[in-house]
Design a protein around this ligand. Structure first.
Ligand code: SF4
Ligand code: SF4
Length: 452
């Protein structure tokens, strides 16, 4: 049954089949965030984004100010790295602090404890689309819903592409995480500055803020802001659209379909159907940079899981170690698994010595009771994985074809449409790690140069 929605909220225009209803565990909903004290050192990898890694532009023993660019790249698909504390560059060496498995240069800064802003920070003058895209690049903002794709590159669409709709992703369908919900309830002004500037400079007529129907308070706040601000006549083109709370409503292709009715074909991008999708916190950080000149330096992180004493949202300087964050929040017992991100799409961290990076929005410290490591058994052909796949795929058939190395069949079964949401894994009674098979199949198809 649908919840009663505030007047003015529009209903979704299309419905997906499939999806799942995990326990949402939004324990930190409505809790006031806690700011973590500045750490003694931060370790900043020169790549916290999809695309080309940056090159350090500082040297060991250089003094740096808060917000100073310390690594950059000339590549379009990249994002500058900023100092998230003021202090002295202590070391620059290769390593992996992100659990990605690939080593990049890590710039370690010893804090002077002053959090002294860099003198060169200033508010960007924006007079054109190009100025706006440059400002977004200078802000260091990447897809903050977890994707990490440089936002400036996403805004810089190829010639001949027209974007008519900005879809704001406020679904936050992953269990536990509440940082987008917090932003929609509490940081509404900078969020709208980011949103309206994106519409203005990219000449986008319409915005749709897509929210799950378990965030009624956020819908009310957004609507009342839209109604009361006469200065923003663009507001008449901003809709709040609600859809059922169900995982994975926030997946890009799914939110586009449910809010606009448009389908993004396999191998194509949202801009191919005239849509740009940006996450709530991505727009919020763009708004902050445009208003203050301060780039992305901190993340609000949901810290939760049964090993945590009190679940909370914590404002953390990027580059802080996971161990320090967990220490600050407090543990009731040693976690047996720590995940960066949500339980469905997050990544297990191999060591608490890893650091918080730009696209992190949650840290889950779990004990054995939160998850099962049951042994995989034979497929019993129950078809649950097919019934729950939001992309209408047949995960069981893809897995079986992959195991027999029948790659033509794997391609015919449209594996490249898989969004790696993990719904098939979640419902499989035989505990078959289906998403692992989907990833392997996609990698193999790419190696074969196929995109069927
Ligand atoms: S991981 Fe892929 S195959 Fe499995 S449910 Fe999600 S989209 Fe379907
Ligand atoms: S859910 Fe698991 S057991 Fe059921 S058909 Fe799919 S792979 Fe087989």
């Amino acid at each position: 049954m649908r919840v009663k929605l505030p007047d003015g909220v529009k209903d979704q225009v299309a419905h997906i089949k499939g999806g799942i209803h995990p326990d949402y565990n939004k324990n930190t909903h409505n809790s006031e965030p806690v700011t973590m004290p500045s750490p003694k050192t931060v370790r900043l990898p020169v790549s916290m984004h999809i695309g080309t890694a940056c090159e350090p532009i500082v040297k060991v023993r250089d003094k740096v100010g808060l917000g100073q660019v310390i690594a950059d790249s000339t590549s379009r698909i990249s994002s500058p790295i900023h100092a998230t504390v003021s202090g002295t560059v202590k070391s620059i060496r290769e390593g992996d602090v992100t659990s990605s498995g690939s080593k990049v240069q890590i710039i370690e800064i010893e804090s002077d404890g002053e959090m002294r802003p860099y003198e060169g920070l200033k508010v960007s003058e924006i007079r054109s689309k190009e100025d706006f895209i440059k400002a977004v690049r200078d802000s260091g903002v990447v897809g903050l819903g977890g994707a990490g794709f440089p936002t400036s590159a996403k805004l810089d669409t190829p010639p001949g592409i027209t974007i008519d709709t900005l879809v704001v992703n406020g679904a936050e369908c992953e269990p536990y995480i509440t940082v987008d919900d917090y932003a929609m309830n509490n940081d509404i002004e900078p969020f709208f500055i980011g949103l309206t500037n994106t519409m203005k400079w990219l000449n986008i007529d319409r915005a749709i803020i897509g929210i799950e129907d378990n965030k009624v308070e956020a819908m009310e706040n957004l609507l009342s802001y839209i109604k009361k601000d006469p200065a923003l006549d663009i507001n008449k083109n901003i809709d709040v659209v609600s859809f059922k709370a169900q995982y994975p409503q926030g997946a890009e292709k799914i939110i586009i379909y449910q809010t606009t009715g448009r389908k993004v074909p396999v191998g194509k991008l949202p801009h191919d159907v005239g849509v740009l999708v940006l996450n709530v916190n991505t727009l919020l950080e763009i708004g902050i940079f445009i208003s203050t000149g301060m780039p992305l330096l901190t993340r609000l992180i949901t810290v939760d899981g049964s090993a945590v004493r009190t679940p909370m949202n914590v404002l953390v300087p990027i580059g802080t170690s996971i161990a320090e964050v967990l220490d600050f929040v407090g543990l009731r017992e040693n976690p047996s698994l720590v995940i960066m991100g949500g339980p469905m799409m997050g990544v297990a961290v191999s060591s608490l010595d890893k650091t918080i990076i730009k696209q992190n929005n949650a840290l889950l410290a779990l004990t054995q009771k939160d998850y099962s490591l049951a042994d995989e058994s034979e497929c019993i052909r129950c078809a649950h994985c097919i019934d729950h796949c939001p992309m209408h795929l047949q995960p069981t058939s893809i897995m079986k074809a992959l195991k027999k190395d029948e790659m033509d069949k794997v391609m015919d079964l449209q594996v490249m449409a898989c969004i790696e949401c993990g719904c098939c894994d979640y419902v499989c009674p035989a505990k078959i790690p289906l998403v692992h098979y989907m990833r392997s199949a996609k990698t193999k198809v790419r190696e074969l140069g196929g995109h069927k």
